[in-house]
Design a protein around this ligand. Structure first.
Ligand code: NAI
Length: 247
């Protein structure tokens, strides 16, 4: 198996893309920590599914927007597991609205979870990875961060921020055996996109060259590749997994 003896933390892994990534990493032998903030029940379901498939996993509640809580979570993982090899910053939220109607609170909450949440986890995980002289950091950006998306100035800014965070961190830690990359998904069928009206889904589909939404597993396989030995010489990159949207 590709990730035998590796320890991975996936944020926001109780459902959707994070859950698919957690399952893919566990299927290759990694011990996977399923981070969640809201639903303990859905996190427990993810843990159960991974265990039933023969994987090793546990769930930890932590709000990634909280710097100190992220330190406690990551320190606890290192204390219990002895190491941390893979960090996947997946937790994210949307609070969509047009610029002229967007509240300060909606801007701040999206930045706090999506961008600062990734910084918080990278900041604490990198210390251990530098000690180990190895590590993989993968953050989930979005085509909205690459292209910009009307109605999502907060979300697009947070996801573009992830790209800058990824590239700057990659430069800082490249000589320490740590790779840092981002994945920019297009439209993926999850709870996040389920809230879109049928009319919006139809008009969005028209803008996708492949004329269909992607699946969480499409993102999970890319994350698995970036976490694997095969991707050892790839760092500072943004891989669009989007049916051709952002070309
Ligand atoms: P989702 O809403 O199903 O999952 C997001 C997860 O993050 C949830 O389990 C949620 O509880 C968790 N989360 C939210 N705030 C958190 C916090 N403060 N601390 C810890 N966990 C928190 O959404 P989906 O679609 O699975 O999205 C996963 C990631 O992929 C997000 O970063 C999203 O922005 C990104 N993405 C999704 C796309 C899509 O079309 N579904 C497209 C591009 C990017």
């Amino acid at each position: 198996m590709k990730l035998e003896n590796k320890v991975a933390l996936v944020t926001g892994a109780a459902r959707g893309i994070g859950k698919a990534i957690a399952k893919a990493l566990a299927a290759e032998g990694a011990v996977v920590i399923v981070n969640y903030n809201g639903s303990a029940q859905r996190a427990a379901e993810t843990v159960k599914e991974i265990e039933e498939a023969g994987g090793k996993t546990l769930a930890i509640r932590c709000n990634v927007a909280d710097f100190t809580a992220c330190k406690d979570m990551i320190d606890g993982i290192i204390k219990e597991q002895g190491r941390l090899d893979i960090l996947v910053n997946n937790a994210g939220i949307t609070r969509d609205g047009l610029l002229m109607k967007m509240s300060e609170e909606d801007f701040d909450s999206v930045m706090d979870t999506n961008l600062k949440g990734a910084f918080n986890c990278i900041r604490h995980a990198a210390r251990q990875m530098i000690k180990q002289k190895s590590g993989r950091i993968i953050s989930i950006s979005s085509v909205s961060g690459v292209l910009g998306n009307a109605g999502q100035v907060n979300y697009s800014a947070s996801k573009a921020g992830i790209i800058g965070l990824t590239k700057a961190t990659a430069r800082e830690v490249a000589s320490r055996g740590i790779t840092v990359n981002a994945i920019a998904p297009g439209f993926i069928t999850t709870d996040m996109t389920e809230v879109l009206s049928e009319a919006v889904k139809t008009s969005v589909t028209e803008t996708i060259p492949m004329k269909k939404f992607g699946k969480p597993e499409d993102i999970a396989q890319t994350a698995l590749f970036l976490a694997s030995e095969e991707a050892a010489y790839i760092t500072g990159q943004v891989i669009c997994v989007d049916g051709g949207m952002a070309m």
